[in-house]
Design a protein around this ligand. Structure first.
Ligand code: PPS
Length: 575
């Protein structure tokens, strides 16, 4: 039924899942094998190996395939293949493996997914791999950073027999395998299909571009977003899929399909474009849209782009004939306000007024709750984006106090708590130092190690509260800078983090000595007392600093509220 469709790469669509009988045999045999729990990235590669998305590969690469792939984009038999698909493991495990042995591949919970028939174990030259595959040794390139800092030291290559594919519970009907998209294309009579690769929400420019591309080559459209691993900081795939679903009705009926691709992107630019084409070919597509800076990671910290804007198109052009997948090249689309339409940048006459909203500007508009115009994106898409990117005055945040014992942290924190409750709109939790020590950290003392554990726990709870739209007020001493920074990074992933340094000088704290602890510390009765016999690292990154020597708790709380207002975390009506 699918014979008339484009042939998979290498001629046959690979399916590595074995029969139930064979699976039972493998499970039984695996009792004496070493095991490896696949990492998030390896699970993605594994899934595409299993379902034939990576046809003709039938396992993780052996050295014989790896070396020519890295060097010249070809498997040992000469088939075009641009990216290394390798299984990295730590040296300790590698030492237990040899040609002819077996490795049980498991998911992170330990469920056996497959058997790897070990053919090769070796230590790769990662720096050279990075340079040859990604064209740079700069660790700011996400794939290079991963390779050099995260990937384990050894590679294990060999044929894989699959027992079960990885399980997904989200958007199951949209997670089609290559065999399933092929079947569907055949059912719908889609012979020519142009694929659109994306890791971002799609706006009107993308819709115009994909429509034009499909019309240009008279093909149907497969919107094929990556939902495996993309660039850190990208919009999460749940939100993106809802955006794509909202966009779908804006295509002519029965000409566009949405399907999700569990790929771990490398952001490898030109080589990645070839890889994308091979994968889409396996899914039954005849064409691939390759736009500006296709699958590139942008620029490094000095502003130098990793790839030229049209490098990917150039490399694709060299290989499209051999691949059998035609490229539909596209320049960036820009909006002409006077004509209310989108056109490719190179078709715009000099002097014509154009409009565009960058990714950064879109994020800022979402954050401030400002208008996002209809010419830029469809209102249904904005609604979805706003759900997960609410304006700041509806986002969660953490006010993290740090300061010496007796500096006034708890008192200000309590005033702030009351003020937030008075404002209403968001749930508020106070994680005061003493309260946490009683309820979360009762077994801990005051060594650096224990203080770090304590502050990490507070950070974790605060990050959960923040992520879910609440306000967390934390008031421990938190004397160490590195843990404070670690918490900030964690909390900022889900909302705001405001560090308040209660900078009341030690003399004043000691003079107050409301709990009598300083006297005990001076007498040596309490050991490791912050400021007396233990360090306090002053923060250089505090958003607000308050010395309570001559400021009332109410005034201090007000200072924080004014800062929050300036930053947009509290609105005119409080909420
Ligand atoms: S830390 O460093 O952030 O884990 O400390 P924290 O959890 O905030 O606990 C500080 C409170 O414990 C009391 N206490 C001590 N503080 C500092 N050093 C030593 N050795 C110590 N022993 C007991 C003290 O009352 C602190 O409360 P606050 O509210 O800061 O005065």
């Amino acid at each position: 039924m699918t014979d008339h469709l484009i042939q998979p790469h290498g001629g046959t669509l690979v399916d590595l899942i074995v029969t139930p009988d064979r699976a039972a045999d493998l499970r039984e045999a695996s009792r004496d094998w070493p095991s490896w729990d696949l990492t998030e990235r390896q699970i993605c590669d594994f899934e595409l190996l299993m379902n034939g998305g990576f046809s003709p590969l039938s396992g993780f690469m052996t050295r014989a395939d790896y070396e020519p792939v890295v060097k010249g984009m070809r498997l040992a038999d000469g088939t075009l293949w641009p990216i290394a698909i390798t299984l990295d493991v730590p040296e300790k495990l590698a030492e237990t493996l040899e040609t002819g042995s077996h490795l049980a591949l498991r998911d992170p919970e330990g469920v056996m997914l497959a058997a790897l028939h070990v053919e090769d174990v070796w230590q790769p030259d990662k720096a050279s791999e990075a340079k040859q595959v990604f064209g740079t040794a700069n660790k700011e390139h996400p794939a290079v950073g991963y390779l050099v800092s995260q990937a384990h030291s050894h590679y294990v290559g060999g044929r894989v027999e699959g027992i079960d594919p990885p399980v997904h519970y989200d958007y199951r009907r949209l997670r089609r395998t290559p065999a399933e998209t092929r079947q569907e294309f055949a059912k719908l009579g889609w012979r020519k299909v142009v694929a659109f690769q994306t890791r971002n929400p799609m706006h009107r420019a993308h819709q115009e571009l994909t429509l034009r591309a499909a019309k240009e080559v008279q093909a149907n459209l497969l919107i094929h977003p990556v939902v495996g691993m993309t660039k850190p900081g990208d919009v999460d795939h749940y939100t993106r899929v809802r955006c794509y679903q909202a966009l779908l009705p804006h295509y002519p009926r029965n000409t566009a399909m949405l399907s999700l691709l569990p790929l771990a992107m490398r952001l490898g630019g030109p080589r990645e474009a070839i890889w994308h084409a091979i994968i889409r070919k396996n899914y039954g597509c005849t064409h691939l849209i390759v736009g500006r800076d296709h699958a590139g990671p942008g620029s490094d910290s000095s502003g130098t782009p990793f790839y030229g804007p049209y490098d990917a198109q150039e490399l694709m052009e060299q290989h499209e004939e051999e691949l059998g997948v035609a490229m539909v090249p596209f320049k960036m689309m820009v909006y002409l306000p006077d004509e209310d339409r989108y056109v490719p940048m190179d078709e715009v006459e000099k002097g014509t007024k154009t409009l565009n909203i960058s990714g950064t500007e879109l994020r800022e508009r979402l954050q401030d709750g400002r208008d996002i115009p209809g010419w830029f994106t469809f209102p249904e898409v904005v609604t979805e984006l706003r759900k997960t990117h609410p304006p700041r005055h509806r986002q969660g945040f953490t006010v993290f106090f740090t300061g010496l014992s007796g500096s006034g942290k708890s008192t200000i924190a309590n005033v702030l708590l009351v003020k937030f409750l008075e404002m209403g709109g968001r749930p508020v939790t106070l994680l005061d130092g003493d309260l946490v020590r009683k309820n979360l950290s009762s077994e801990l003392g005051f060594s650096k190690e224990h203080r770090d554990i304590n502050i990490r726990r507070i950070g974790f709870v605060a990050s959960e509260i923040t992520k879910n739209g609440g306000i967390a007020i934390c008031a421990p001493i938190a004397p160490y800078d590195n843990i404070r920074k670690e918490n900030r990074a964690l909390i900022e992933q889900g909302g705001g983090h405001i560090l308040v340094h209660v900078a009341t000088p030690l003399e004043v704290c000691e003079q107050r000595d409301r709990k009598g602890l300083y006297a005990k510390a001076r007498a040596g009765i309490i050991k490791e007392f912050t400021g007396i016999s233990d360090p306090y690292e002053e923060p250089a990154d505090a958003e607000v600093a308050i010395d309570t020597t001559s400021v009332t708790p109410e005034e201090a709380a007000q200072q924080i509220i004014l800062y929050l207002e300036k930053e947009g975390f509290v609105g005119a009506n409080g909420g």
